[in-house]
Design a protein around this ligand. Structure first.
Ligand SMILES: O=C(O)Cc1cc(O)ccc1O
Ligand SMILES: [Fe+2]
Length: 438
């Protein structure tokens, strides 16, 4: 269906940039909507923010395509009960941890391989988020997906993916992420037998790079490391299933032509990828473990300044040099809720149990931190020596909204019922008197 796997893809760089690209020479017109577009193409604008959003937040692209995306039916319900908006209001406030989802034994593609874990807010009110796993063994074939509700941040954990979108092709492997903006049609092809990872649906303001404040003009994720596709098209007539996520439900219809018929485009509402290994990790070079906001890759702001709806945070390999310091993440209770996943290796707060492809949730105000084995090690460490954290890549979806879980997350086979036991041996070391004196 698409270009062969051996092709080397080209990208355009620069987060949020005004990009322009044409797959045929001269296909981009000189202005947005001329009476006659080059090659007989139709102009179509897709906007990701209100027309009147401030210029620095405004997202829209102009697409020059063989046929506009009109007259396309999509009113048949599509049944995929594990990809759901049904969340349990009786979610208990206890830290939880899960094993990775199993790769299905029957043929399953990305859409059918999604299973919802958590969320809050509402696609209907365009506020909040949902978190899913995917586990699949098939490419999407003659089927495309469109999320009218949400931008989708996809975190592959196992298996590289080829992402075919209206705006071009991207390849992503574990330790990279891809973000598909709201409304952009796409399909995922597997480049290995199986694939697994995490998805965050963001119903609110799109992810953006955070301000750096006193860090300065450089640091954390660099705008130039965000890669966007170049225009790629096919002119193909075939019945292709369009599955649309709308108001938290799935709908289907059949297109008569490939929707990947955009010959040229310009704008900034476009899919992008980012290699997490490019993250410029900062840390304490004196004492104390910093707050995890130092690891922020992308933020989806809320209407309250300084309080994000969702943060995407990454814990990359790094050197720990802080002296006279308990070096792992401290024990804490947090106003935010923290959903963590592990892409690769081991996470520095957990000696065991938190495995690649698995997940944990520390709901707001619940105590968590290093497990007992990690505490022992940290208490014995010589903090005049540097600790090199290698072979690790964990991430966190951190949100101001408490997380409601699905029935599958609460009661499914992946849930580790003994998670709290990892702290059972964090024993009292109190060296003072049994009672206050005086
Ligand atoms: O809970 C966690 O493991 C995530 C986390 C990491 C860190 O370095 C500091 C705070 C924090 O919540
Ligand atoms: Fe935490």
């Amino acid at each position: 269906m698409v270009a062969t796997m051996t092709d080397t893809l080209h990208y355009q760089a620069g987060f949020g940039s005004e990009l322009q690209t044409e797959a045929l020479p001269g296909a981009l017109p000189a202005h947005n909507s001329p009476q006659h577009c080059p090659y007989g193409l139709y102009a179509e604008q897709i906007s990701g923010t209100a027309f009147t959003a401030p210029r620095h937040q405004n997202r829209r692209s102009w697409l020059y395509r063989i046929r506009p995306s009109v007259g396309q039916p999509c009113a048949e319900p599509y049944a995929q009960p594990r990809f759901t908006a049904s969340l349990r209001p009786d979610t208990p406030p206890e830290p939880m941890r899960w094993d990775p989802p199993l790769i299905p034994a029957t043929p399953v593609d990305f859409v059918d391989g999604l299973v919802t874990v958590a969320g809050n807010g509402s696609a209907t009110l365009q506020h909040g988020f949902a978190i899913h796993w995917y586990a699949c063994n098939q490419s999407m074939s003659e089927r495309v997906f469109c999320n009218a509700d949400a931008e989708m941040l996809i975190v592959p954990q196992h298996g590289a993916l080829r992402v075919v979108t209206e705006l071009g092709l991207l390849e992503v492997a574990p330790q990279e992420i891809v973000v598909i903006p709201r409304g952009i049609r796409f399909l995922l092809e597997l480049t290995e037998d199986t694939a697994r990872g995490y998805v965050c649906e963001n119903f609110g303001a799109p992810f953006r790079l955070p301000d750096l404040g006193v860090i300065g003009a450089n640091g954390l994720a660099a705008a130039r490391d965000f890669l966007y596709p170049v225009a790629w098209f096919e002119d193909r007539t075939a019945p292709i299933q369009l599955i649309t996520r709308y108001l938290g439900q799935l709908w289907q219809g059949v297109l008569q032509r490939s929707p990947f018929d955009v010959v040229a485009w310009h704008g900034n509402h476009a899919p992008y990828k980012y290699d997490l290994r490019r993250f410029n990790t900062l840390g304490s070079v004196s004492f104390d473990h910093p707050d995890p906001s130092i690891f922020l890759v992308l933020q989806a702001p809320s209407d309250t300044p300084g309080v994000d709806q969702i943060d995407f945070v990454v814990f990359p390999p790094r050197a720990l040099v802080a002296q006279d310091t308990f070096r792992p993440p401290w024990f804490h209770r947090n106003v935010a809720s923290e959903f963590m996943g592990l892409i690769h290796g081991r996470y520095d707060a957990k000696a065991s149990g938190f495995v690649p492809g698995g997940a944990s949730l520390h709901p707001c105000m619940t105590g968590h931190g290093p497990d007992a084995a990690t505490v022992e090690r940290a208490l014995q460490a010589d903090t005049h020596q540097t600790d090199y954290l290698t072979d690790t890549m964990a991430f966190m979806f951190e949100t101001r909204l408490p997380m409601l879980l699905t029935d599958h997350a609460l009661n499914g086979p992946q849930r580790q019922r003994n998670y709290l036991d990892c702290w059972a041996d964090v024993r009292s070391r109190f060296a003072g008197p049994t009672h206050p004196q005086g």
